[in-house]
Write a protein that binds this ligand. Structure first.
Ligand SMILES: Cc1cc2nc3c(=O)[nH]c(=O)nc-3n(C[C@H](O)[C@H](O)[C@H](O)COP(=O)(O)OP(=O)(O)OC[C@H]3O[C@@H](n4cnc5c(N)ncnc54)[C@H](O)[C@@H]3O)c2cc1C
Length: 418
């Protein structure tokens, strides 16, 4: 291992040690009005909203610090919302429509404006003005501290059960010296915000869970000559075809991999594709079939001129298509509709979102309260909600966090005032 790598590893270990010490220095009370399980995107917002209403709030976070999941988003730039939060971009449009109401984007932007965040728009995607996810994470942490939220990091919740007047939560704390300590506490309201992992707490609360599976990830495809161009990128319009029906299409950049396809447009497709589905790649979508024929065979002799697509496509892709086509019609056909067959999701460790989790039918969309367990709420990816790339998933995390956190505080403080 190089000296540089050894130094990096040592400095990461030191930082982790310091964070574990800081986490250990936080003393937890025996009882909170609201406990939020998970200090990621949704959990931090839920904690802030609950505390700003006057509730005594603890966010229990398994990692050594809160908000780390936010840092990796949007390639470190954090595409935190979209100007067109269309519920149809989500797997359960009805539930999301009811939760979003009429003003989801305004609510999200007002929240972040109050945090001191400024943003920029790229097409319909919103990013922090600094184009750094750390900006957004830092303003959230600062607001949580100002609101008086206790951030109980390095503590993984592994048990939760209902009590007569609320909930009891058990957790395991990672200690600086490498050992672990068990702890437990009570709360009046509990917010589940543990993201796409399957926390054992849900089972203890008797909640219905939908099986998890990664979505928003690359797709593996049946072998094809195109896949020999591993690493090559192309602008394409991709159509998903099942049993002869065109189900969905979207344009964007795709990345050719030896096992299949990646890129944002493919991530979106991975939410919809089944094994055996056909993928039609239009590699020259701005041109009609005839316009393309004019380029490859201007005199319509049925033969194409070698190199005729080099000015339109990546030359290696163009040359591969030329090698496969016997006529100009065939070449234009391949460029306008290259066929691949999907085998399933691939490289799942890099999936951005996991479908499944808490069945939404157990929760009221308007405040994300659980019908069968008063005082219980859920938000973010813990619920079975996922969406396309473009800021939709984080938008759900923020808005659902606001709803759940405010309602959890309202329920607890309302009960206390009676
Ligand atoms: C690489 C990558 C890039 C992405 N980019 C974007 C993007 O640009 N735009 C977008 O909209 N979406 C993006 N997403 C998706 C987005 O990050 C998630 O939708 C969002 O973070 C979900 O928020 P959440 O709070 O529900 O879960 P998370 O943010 O994952 O937070 C869950 C938290 O709970 C903690 N936790 C888990 N189990 C326990 C437990 N038992 N006890 C205590 N704590 C626990 C975790 O450590 C974590 O901190 C991206 C995802 C990935 C992986």
């Amino acid at each position: 291992m190089s000296q540089g790598k050894t130094r990096d590893r040592a400095s990461r270990a030191r930082r982790r040690g310091a964070l574990l010490c800081a986490a250990d220095a936080i003393e937890l009370a025996q009882h909170y009005d609201v406990v939020v399980l998970g200090g990621g995107a949704a959990g931090l917002v839920a904690g802030i909203c609950a505390a700003e209403q006057g509730a005594k709030v603890l966010v229990l976070e398994a990692d050594v610090e809160c908000g780390r999941s936010i840092l990796a988003t949007g390639n470190g730039r954090c595409n935190f919302a979209n100007t067109n939060l269309d519920p149809r971009r989500y797997n359960d449009a009805g539930f999301v429509r009811a939760a979003f109401g009429e003003r989801a984007l305004e609510d999200i932007l007002a929240f972040f404006s109050d945090c001191g965040l400024r943003w920029v728009q790229e097409e319909d995607r919103l990013y922090p003005r600094s184009r750094r996810a750390a900006s957004l994470r830092n303003v959230l942490l600062a607001r949580a501290r100002r609101a008086g939220v206790t951030l109980g990091c390095a503590r993984r919740a592994d048990e939760a059960r209902r009590t007569e007047d609320g909930f009891c939560v058990g957790f395991t704390q990672e200690l600086p010296e490498g050992s672990a300590r068990r702890g437990s506490l009570r709360c009046s309201s509990l917010v589940l915000a543990y993201g796409g992992t399957d926390a054992s707490v849900a089972a203890g609360l008797g909640l219905e869970l939908h099986e998890r599976r990664p979505v928003l990830c690359p797709l593996s495809c049946e072998d094809s000559p195109l896949l020999t161009l591993d690493g090559r990128r192309a602008q394409a319009r991709v159509t998903l075809v099942r049993e002869g029906k065109r189900l969905w299409d979207e344009g964007g950049e795709l990345l050719i991999r030896s096992y299949g396809l990646s890129g944002i447009v493919i991530f979106d497709l991975s939410r919809r594709a089944h094994e055996g589905d056909g993928l039609l790649l239009d590699l020259a979508s701005e041109l009609t079939h005839d316009e393309l024929l004019d380029l490859v065979d201007p005199k319509r002799r049925g033969r194409f001129v070698p190199g005729c697509l080099d000015g339109v496509l990546d030359p290696d892709i163009a040359s591969l298509l030329e090698g496969l086509a016997c006529s100009s019609e065939e070449l234009a056909g391949l460029a306008k509709g290259f066929r691949l067959r999907a085998l399933g999701t691939a490289d799942e460790t890099h999936a951005q979102v996991r479908r499944g989790g808490l069945a939404c039918s157990q929760f009221a969309a308007q405040d994300l309260s659980c019908a069968s367990a008063p005082g219980l709420f859920a938000c973010g990816e813990a619920l079975d909600i996922d969406a396309d790339c473009g800021g939709f998933n984080l938008a759900w995390a923020w808005k659902s966090g606001m709803l759940a956190g405010s309602a959890a505080a309202g329920q607890t403080l309302g009960k206390a005032s009676h």
